[in-house]
Ligand binder design. Sequence first.
Ligand SMILES: C[S@@+](CC[C@H](N)C(=O)[O-])C[C@H]1O[C@@H](n2cnc3c(N)ncnc32)[C@H](O)[C@@H]1O
Length: 279
Amino acid sequence: MNYRHAFHAGNFADLVKHAALLRLLALMRQAAPALTVIDTHAGSGLYELAGEAARKSGEAEAGIGRLMREAEPPPAFAPLVDAVRRANPKGALKYYPGSPWLIAEGLRPADRYLACELNADEHRRLSELLRGRRGAEARLGDGFKLAAAGARPGALLVLIDPPFEKADDYARAVETAAAVRRRNPQAVVAIWLPLKDLETFDAFLRDLEDAGAGPALIAETRLQPLDNPLKMNGCALAIVGAPAELDATLEAACRWVAETLGDGGEGRVWRLPGGDEFR
Ligand SMILES: C[S@@+](CC[C@H](N)C(=O)[O-])C[C@H]1O[C@@H](n2cnc3c(N)ncnc32)[C@H](O)[C@@H]1O
């Protein structure tokens, strides 16, 4: 396993993913007094932007760096901009908060957060970040298995954010979404995926529909036409059980990223029917 999120933290894809995550958290907290969040691929939770990895890739500079320099950031990113400011209390942009930081910051006394991470070094940093946070646990292990086993009744959000280094990450993401929804048909399951070529994306969508996990909101951020399968041409989110109130924020976030950071790109959201649901 070679993937290290430190190279990519704060890039265009994190902006869309984390704008969607913060909006989902706000909507689900409004609707339920107790929320469980399972983060299948948590990473370390906080990334140093002056570190070698971030400087070498330049991805954060072109992503969160660019967004934070906007005189008036788009409203869809307001919660993320505020969170990034709180993660950088001295003012200068030194750190980018990952999903564990964003989720743990808003935990209420009755909320629970299970953060899964397979890499031992990342898990050690994650454990340090979450130490002392009531209701939060950093678990070393395979997030796909832990999510399927840990899904319980009640308000539940599952974020599936694999590195896609392995060919079966697509299939395992779909299987996990279906397994979670079998155990809890009200669960919201958000899967992040890279957009490389249309064939892979279409096959993933067909599998998701066939798995019968339920209707999904699909958010596409295409930075450029999907004509080079070796390149990351954009990213997508497939959110099973997404509340209708998510659409506008997500569409605005995808569009801004595609049009501002892309090269002839486009952003759009649409709904995928769910096949036979379990309920
Ligand atoms: C894209 S990063 C996660 C970023 C994080 N979700 C965020 O938004 O800040 C993917 C992480 O998954 C970890 N990983 C890879 N395979 C895993 C697995 N099967 N279970 C849990 N974690 C895994 C990697 O070590 C890496 O830290």
